[in-house]
Ligand binder design. Structure first.
Ligand SMILES: Cc1cc2nc3c(=O)[nH]c(=O)nc-3n(C[C@H](O)[C@H](O)[C@H](O)COP(=O)(O)O)c2cc1C
Length: 348
């Protein structure tokens, strides 16, 4: 289990995550240091079962993976979404599936399907900022409609033997809309709330609203998980130090950019192995032919190793056949050490 130390842990909030065996045998001076889990954020189009299994097998270091949201389309749960969380395709990892819905009946359909697959812990998406989704009052769009959130929570609370968590923004178009939503969660008593401190309208741009995050953290009766712009282990350590009551941290684009973030001994060969697993996995799973496969692999490079040199990246983007792609990717991966060193000079 990847854990980060922080001092002066305030008792209670993260209890559920702390393993007793971990506490045994600690040195006296370490007794008031606790550690918290690291969660891999869901990234639609990136962190699917192929990515998760490759990550777990090659690098590891996260305590749980969140699956990208599933949804109901044309009156049924999308098959592709169900396949992605199929326990056989996620063997050996802790996976938390996520649902996105506005209508309570759609949410229940997904929860029942997940229960049948053996899941008893499900995440509720109140964070997606994508306009076509938010405009339908789903994801972060629901944060402007507490009455809809209340109906949704009530319906979900009626299902037995399921624990929920929530992944949310601070609001849709106002930065304090969380204030109206938080008390409604009493119905579902979430295991935790992962908060990305931006409004949905901000999408992924603009300043993180740390003031609102701190207000939410202070007001929440439920464990809070911080999520947003954690690019490396130092960012995580600083966050944990700053907010000793956090239950966990969640890492998204930072982990997609450098999947070896929590594997300090990872070698260039491990990055090649990780990439080879992706190619193998998508070759097996995608059935749209070579062009689709190449497009998907190119999409992965939108987030993977952002420090990759311009020419190397361009060759990946320009490839049209799998052979061309593979030689372009091999050249980029031969330069992985530079890409990692440059990653943060090229980022926001
Ligand atoms: C391409 C992309 C896809 C995403 N898909 C999801 C998703 O399916 N469910 C979700 O809750 N959040 C999703 N997010 C949001 C991330 O999980 C995370 O909250 C956000 O990127 C901020 O964290 P980060 O700065 O660590 O990336 C997505 C973000 C991106 C950029």
């Amino acid at each position: 289990m990847q854990r980060f130390a922080f001092a002066a842990f305030s008792s209670g909030i993260a209890k559920g995550f702390v393993e007793n065996d971990y506490l045994c045998g600690m040195m006296e001076e370490e007794k008031n240091k606790m550690k918290i889990p690291v969660l891999a954020a869901p990234l639609q189009g990136v962190t699917d079962n192929v990515w998760r299994m490759a990550h777990h097998e090659v690098f590891g270091g996260v305590d749980a993976y969140y699956a990208p949201f599933m949804r109901v389309e044309h009156g049924e749960v999308r098959r592709k979404d169900l396949r992605d969380v199929d326990p056989e395709r996620n063997a050996g990892i802790t996976l938390i599936p996520q649902i996105l819905a506005c209508q309570p009946d759609h949410a229940l359909m997904m929860v029942e399907a997940l229960k049948r697959m053996g899941y008893s812990r499900i995440d509720i998406n109140l964070g997606c900022p994508f306009p076509p989704i938010a405009m339908h009052r789903k994801g972060s769009g629901m944060l402007a409609y507490p009455d809809l959130a209340e109906e949704l929570f009530k319906a979900l609370a009626s299902v037995e033997d399921v624990q929920y968590s929530v992944k949310m923004r601070i609001g849709w178009d106002k930065n304090d809309q969380w204030c109206d939503i938080l008390p409604l969660m009493e119905t579902i008593k979430p295991v935790n709330i992962a908060v990305h401190p931006r409004t949905g309208k901000q999408q992924y741009k603009g300043e993180l609203d740390i003031e609102q995050f701190e207000a939410l953290l202070a007001a929440s009766s439920w464990p809070v998980v911080y999520n947003g712009s954690l690019h490396n282990v130092e960012d995580i350590e600083q966050t944990i130090e700053r907010y000793p009551t956090l239950a966990a941290v969640m890492v998204g684009s930072g982990l997609a950019a450098n999947p070896g973030m929590f594997a300090p001994d990872a070698t260039p060969d491990d990055y090649r192995r990780f990439h080879d697993r992706l190619v193998e996995g998508y070759t097996e799973q995608l059935n749209g032919g070579e062009a689709q496969l190449v497009r998907h692999l190119q999409d992965i490079w939108q987030t993977f190793l952002p420090g990759t040199g311009h020419k190397l990246f361009k060759a990946i983007r320009k490839s049209r056949t799998l052979d061309q792609y593979e030689s372009a990717a091999a050249a980029a991966l031969a330069d992985v050490e530079n890409a990692l060193a440059n990653a943060y000079s090229t980022e926001e």
